[in-house]
Design a protein around this ligand. Structure first.
Ligand code: ISC
Length: 401
């Protein structure tokens, strides 16, 4: 299949080259690459960092140059998150290439050299993390046991909610990166669709429905409480969907978590909207949106403060945070790595986004590891939570078939 994204080309000085080949050349050189499409937009953006090593933010997100943040589940502090600086930035479908000149020369020279020798990398690979191929990966029984153990802890009064997760490895046959991104983008218009690859993070692909923070051009801060899951059925009227008490409570806990943080910061001036039913491809969730005018409350660095306070929200970890986090770190058999961490473009076109890394997979050679979790409360049925994680994996699996 050759989708428009696989065919899209760009002129870099005298060379006309496909985006896919730009990505292949950059990865072969060991550079960091992020290719993404924001929710409700139709164009992909490509960012390349021409340093061979992976860097971290090092400072508050407000002070960073345009780039892409990528943080694993276990790291709380955005300053220590990985950061891909956009030495080269282009919108797929536009001729304009935004480049930080000096940093961009090595990539330009490599592209020209590769084209002149007609030597485009056929032997390229994604960045891979050595030793992070998940030596222990739980099966269905392990997941069910994990949920039962957690429910026991809730009954003992130690937690209110936890979000157990699983991962599964699948063979990737005839995988085409650009075609897959294109298909995800068409199928999930309101998701954040992305491919990100750095030498120290490995390569990840996903279509997440959940914003962690968004600081828009008007300096309005946005976040959401997203939780509760049902399968979407064709022609479903979202206004008529009924939710069970378990899902209502599960999502209310996420809203309560966010409001608790706003209270700690003494922020009373926020607009809360919801919960409403929101579609995320093959699934529907309950969603409440929160908005804060950071100019009105004179809090310009709220985005950077909230990113550290919100992550990990109780949509991916649980309530109370410390107890549920400890439970998951001890009891989950696999390493979540970047699943349920966050990622997104920072200080790009006047705005910053971090999305929760859900509905994602890690790319390995000829195979991928899929990750999914499901919020569990005292009313959870372990078998149903397992089925929910299977449906979540289908978000990506359905476009790979
Ligand atoms: C943890 C995941 O989803 C979260 C976001 C929306 C709904 C969720 C739920 O119903 O459990 C989860 O809280 C995941 O997709 O792996």
């Amino acid at each position: 299949m050759n989708t428009p994204l696989a065919q899209a080309k760009i002129q870099i000085e005298k060379a006309i080259i496909t985006f896919e080949n730009v990505i292949k050349i950059a990865l072969k050189k060991g550079y960091g690459v992020a290719c993404y499409r924001l929710p409700h937009q139709d164009r992909f953006k490509l960012m390349i960092d021409t340093r061979e090593e992976t860097h971290t933010c090092g400072e508050a997100i407000e002070n960073l140059p345009s780039g892409f943040i990528f943080n694993p589940f276990e790291n709380k502090n955005a300053k220590a998150a990985y950061y891909l600086q956009a030495h080269l930035e282009m919108v797929l479908g536009d001729d304009e290439v935004k480049a930080n000149q000096a940093e961009y020369y090595p990539l330009r020279d490599e592209i020209n050299q590769q084209l002149s020798t007609d030597n485009l990398p056929s032997d390229w690979q994604y960045h891979q993390l050595v030793g992070n191929e998940q030596s222990t990966m739980g099966n269905r029984e392990d997941f069910i046991q994990l949920v039962e153990k957690g429910i026991q802890q809730i009954q003992d009064g130690k937690m209110e909610k936890f979000v157990p997760s699983k991962c599964k490895k699948m063979a990737l046959e005839h995988f085409q990166l650009m075609d897959t991104l294109w298909k995800l983008s068409c199928k999930y218009p309101n998701a954040f669709v992305s491919f990100v690859s750095m030498s120290e993070t490995g390569s990840w692909l996903g279509a997440t429905p959940e914003i962690l923070i968004h600081m828009d051009r008007e300096k309005i801060f946005h976040t959401v409480a997203l939780a509760g899951t049902q399968a979407y059925e064709e022609n479903m009227d979202l206004k008529d969907v009924a939710w069970k008490q378990k899902e209502i409570e599960e999502q209310a806990l996420v809203s309560r978590y966010i409001i608790g943080i706003l209270k700690k910061l003494r922020i009373r001036e926020f607009i809360e909207n919801g919960p409403k039913t929101a579609r995320a491809g093959n699934l529907i969730h309950l969603k409440t949106t929160f908005e804060i005018d950071t100019k009105a409350i004179n809090f310009p660095d709220l985005g950077g403060v909230m990113i550290d306070l919100l992550h990990p929200t109780s949509a991916v970890c649980g309530m109370p945070l410390k107890e549920s986090e400890q439970f998951l770190l001890v009891e989950e058999k696999h390493d979540r790595a970047f699943f349920s961490g966050y990622l997104g473009p920072i200080n790009t076109d006047g705005e910053s986004y971090a999305f929760v890394n859900l509905r994602c997979m890690q790319l390995l050679k000829n195979e991928a590891i899929f990750y999914a979790g499901a919020g569990a409360t005292i009313d959870s049925n372990p078998e149903k939570e397992w089925q929910e994680t299977e449906m979540k994996c289908n978000t990506l699996l359905s476009v790979l078939k």
